[in-house]
Design a protein around this ligand. Structure first.
Ligand SMILES: [Zn+2]
Length: 69
């Protein structure tokens, strides 16, 4: 789940909300003053998904079936 940063227009504070991607943010209110005039900030993107890219080494084992006669 990504963390979204919001700015409250009521008390001018920032807070972070952990929510689903398609979460309904209409019910969101400031945890400090309860104001619903909050707007999402896109600046601070928490590093949530450092994807482990399985480095697929091209370990091409040459099958030594090379015409040994
Ligand atoms: Zn507030």
């Amino acid at each position: 789940m990504p963390i979204y940063e919001y700015h409250c227009e009521g008390c001018d504070s920032h807070f972070e909300v952990l929510q689903k991607v398609n979460a309904d943010e209409k019910d969101l209110s400031c945890p400090h003053c309860g104001d619903k005039r909050v707007e999402k900030q896109f600046s601070a993107f928490a590093t949530g998904g450092v994807q482990n890219q399985s480095s697929s080494r091209a370990s091409s084992r040459s099958c030594g079936s090379g015409g040994f006669s």
